[in-house]
Design a protein around this ligand. Sequence first.
Ligand SMILES: [Zn+2]
Length: 269
Amino acid sequence: MNPHKSALFWIFFLTIIWTCTRPPYADTNRSYKKQARGYGKELMEYPLSDSFETADGWVGTTNFSMRKPNFVIIHHTAQDSTEQTLRTFTLPRTKVSSHYVIGHDGKIYHMLHDLLRAHHAGISKWGNTTDLNSTSIGIELDNNGSEPFSDEQINSLLTVLDKLQKAYSIPVTNFLGHADIAPGRKVDPSRYFPWEKLAKAGYGIWYDTTRTQVPADFNMMQGLRIIGYNTTNEKNAIQSYRIHFTPQDTSRQLNEADRKIIYDLMKKS
Ligand SMILES: [Zn+2]
C-alpha cells in the first residue's frame, strides 16, 4: 500500500471507530446545553430591560426562588418503542417533548430540567388553569395505546411521582392524564392505566361510594366541571371522565352509578 492510500485507510478507519463509539445523543445533548445556557443568560440579565427604562426603576430583591411545577400530566406515547419516542423528542421539527419517558422495561429517561417547560400538553384546561405546559411536569409512558402497562413501568412511575411530590409539594388532586386536560382531543393514558392504584399510593383521587348520599338537585355536569373537566363539550368531558374513572364503561351517557362517583370525586376536589 502506498503512503497516500495508507493515510486514507486510517482516516476512513478512525472515522468509523469515532462514529461507532460516539454517544448516540451527543448532538442533541449539546443543543440542550446551548439552549439552557441561553435561558440562564436571560435570567442573569441585570438590570432587567423591562424595568421601565430607568436605572433606578430596578431594585434587586434578596428574596426569591425558581417557579415550581404544580401538576403532573401522564401520557402514553402511542409509539412502538422507547427509542422511537426518544428520537421524536430530539428532532426539532416535531416540537414535542416531555420531562420524563419511562420504558416498558421500567427504564427512566430524564429529558429536561423539571423547572423548564416541556411541550407535552398542547391546548389544555383544568379548572381555570390553561397552558398546563407552564405549570406541569410531563411523563410519557412507552405504550402503543392498546396494551397493558407493565409492572416495571408502573413501579418506575411511582418512583418518579414520589420524587416530584416531595420536591414540589404537588397537590394530590393534580396528578392527571392528558385526556383529563384535553377532552375530545386526547385519550391518553388509555383505559389500561391503573389510576386507582396510583390514587391509593397518594397520587390523584379515587372514589368510594359505599356511603355516598347524593342531594336530589345534584347536577352531574356541574360536578365534572368542579372536579376540573372542561365541560364545554359534554360528550367529550364524559369520555375523558370515563377513561380515568370508569374505564370498563365506554358509553358517553351518565347513569345512576356515575351520580355517586362524580359527587364523591367532587367532594374530594
Ligand atoms: Zn399525551
